[in-house]
Design a protein around this ligand. Structure first.
Ligand code: 3PG
Length: 206
């Protein structure tokens, strides 16, 4: 699957921070039931890799990937855990090389035209735009689309259900990402019906 195809699977990619592996499967099932099959588990917690393993093995319909990829080792660990895609907050030549070598679709992070051009030189046309709101939001990404219409972005960072439509209305947006679908208090409480409702509201945006 190409990264552009991945972005077409859902309007919103839930960005998930899991502290307890026991929450991984019920949380992913709630997101899939709500209509969001693509799930990014961030490699920011001890529980992340085992969570990816469990979701990949136990949640039919989920397309689980790894976020917060910042090193070659992260790429190897994420691939070994069964990740279907990779997402990084920024990118270097070395990281791009490692992600390309993995054979998995990936969304390398950029926030400027120069960073986007550096990836474009290597044939990469799908990118994460981060941190979306702080870097200039939808107007900024719209502006990048003038000279760089061949790039499709997945903006993340500071996006909410209310602001997501501003991004999704742009021709150079594949999908948006965010943590708002899995609030910490809902996850801690195991309130999966709330997560499913948040996912359903997000899925309805497209
Ligand atoms: C991330 O990769 O951390 C995302 O940008 C999540 O940002 P958010 O918490 O603002 O949605």
């Amino acid at each position: 699957m190409r990264a552009e195809e991945l972005m077409a699977l859902g309007a919103v990619v839930p960005v998930v921070v899991l502290h307890d592996v026991e929450n991984a499967v019920p949380l992913a099932k709630a997101l899939v039931a709500g209509g969001l099959p693509v799930i990014e588990v961030t490699l920011r917690t001890e529980a992340a890799l085992e969570s990816i393993r469990r979701i990949a093995a136990e949640v039919p319909g989920a397309v689980v990937g790894a976020g917060t990829i910042v090193s070659d080792q992260n790429v190897k660990d994420a691939a070994a855990a069964g990740s279907k895609f990779l997402v990084s907050p920024g990118c270097t030549d070395r990281l791009r090389g490692a992600m390309t070598d993995s054979g998995l679709p990936f969304l390398p992070g950029v926030a400027t035209a120069s960073e986007a051009l550096a990836l474009l030189e290597h044939g990469v046309t799908a990118m994460k735009f981060f941190p979306a709101k702080a870097a200039g939001g939808a107007p900024y990404i719209r502006s990048l689309g003038g000279p760089l219409p061949q790039i499709t972005f997945c903006p993340t960072g500071g996006i909410t259900l209310e602001t997501a439509p501003d991004y999704l209305a742009l021709p150079n947006i594949g999908c948006v990402g965010g943590t708002w679908l899995t609030p910490d208090d809902a996850v801690k409480a195991g309130d999966w019906s709330r997560v499913e409702k948040l996912a359903a509201a997000a899925a309805a945006l497209r």
